[in-house]
Design a protein around this ligand. Structure first.
Ligand code: PMP
Length: 327
């Protein structure tokens, strides 16, 4: 199915519908096709031990969607409307949820400029939609470390750019960098900052966290060039609750390389909705390759992953009220 809600200046959001999923007719002059005024979110619905269905922190996705809308000069969809649209698609598509406690129903809310107008200015009409798609476990047969390619040329976002917004254009701009990573035998691309070409920003679709030898977590700060990941935020809150020190500060590629060699950086992992937490094994760049000290199977990474997945799946208590039960 799909949820659709229309927007027009002067009228606001109107005509909410849940209907069979079908192609959307589009005029060739629809603004989004030319200027990419589009934003989206991604989250999962999954089965709880008692058979209920839940989402993880959908209010955080609603907030980020609102932030993205603001950056892209789009109208604000009320948070409650966003949440209600997710509940509706889950309810109507619940038979698509894969059985077992590993699979999930991926939810994709998005909005785009639908006005038929070729001038460059914010559209006066938008369409908001939600679609859902079943996904299996990200790792079948155990969590495997990923290898990453530090791209020498491409950047994800510069200061003042759209790095903190979840807009389609960011991902279009990242396709060449991801292709370069694959050509270099790596699974994922890592971006350096656009100004000094020195500090780690994030992966193509995940944030990065380092674990120091004293157990401290270090992760790049949210200065507007990286996506404020909800998984990143959850890990910080869990770690702090456990009395672990967390530093949000720039980490240079050089610090990573020397730390991995000396043992000061003991583990590194990437985090995001799709994989939750993925250990990083090998790091390849134009200047050569190194392996994160533990080769990617660190105990802190493993323990944080288990804690987070157990809360999500309703197997552990939920001290922060993150699990949002739908059915
Ligand atoms: N960075 C980028 C560029 C992403 O696309 C994602 C996935 N949404 C993330 C980080 C991780 O964010 P989250 O934990 O909210 O999935």
């Amino acid at each position: 199915h799909m949820v659709t809600i229309r927007y027009a200046d002067g009228k606001g959001w109107y005509e909410p519908r849940v209907e069979a999923r079908a192609p959307i007719p589009m005029d060739p002059a629809s603004a989004v096709l030319h200027y990419a005024q589009e934003i989206f979110e991604g989250l999962k619905a999954y089965t709880l031990p008692d058979g209920g269905i839940a989402m993880f922190r959908p209010d955080a996705n609603a907030n980020r969607f609102a932030q993205s809308a603001q950056r892209m000069a789009m109208p604000q969809l009320p948070g409650e409307t966003f949440l209600q649209s997710l509940r509706e698609i889950i309810t109507i598509d619940r038979d698509w949820l894969p059985p077992g406690d590993e699979g999930s129903l991926y939810l994709r809310p998005f909005a785009y400029a639908s006005e038929v107008f070729l001038g460059v200015r914010p559209s006066m009409e938008y369409l908001y939609l939600v679609i859902a798609s079943p996904v299996g476990p990200y790792f079948s047969g155990g969590v495997k470390p990923v290898s990453v390619w530090v791209t020498p040329d491409y950047t994800r976002a510069a200061p003042g750019g759209t790095g903190a917004a979840k807009c389609g254009g960011n991902y279009a701009a990242g396709l060449s960098a991801q292709a370069e990573a694959i050509e270099n035998g790596c699974d994922q691309v890592v971006y350096l900052d656009a100004v000094e070409r020195k500090y780690i920003d994030e992966l193509g679709g995940m944030n990065v966290v380092f674990v120091l030898d004293d157990g401290t977590l270090v992760t790049p700060p949210l200065t507007g060039t990286i996506l404020p990941g909800i998984t990143r935020d959850s890990i910080i809150k869990l770690a702090e609750r456990d009395g672990r020190k967390v530093e949000e500060r720039p980490v240079s590629l050089e610090e990573w390389r020397s730390g991995a060699t000396s043992g000061r950086i003991r583990e590194a992992f990437a985090c995001g909705t799709a994989a939750v937490i993925t250990p990083i094994g090998a790091v390849k760049s134009a200047d050569g390759e190194f392996v994160v000290a533990d080769g990617g199977t660190g105990s802190v990474t493993t323990s944080l992953r288990k804690q987070l997945v157990d809360i999500q799946r309703g197997r552990a208590s939920d001290p922060f009220g993150w699990v949002h039960r739908v059915l």
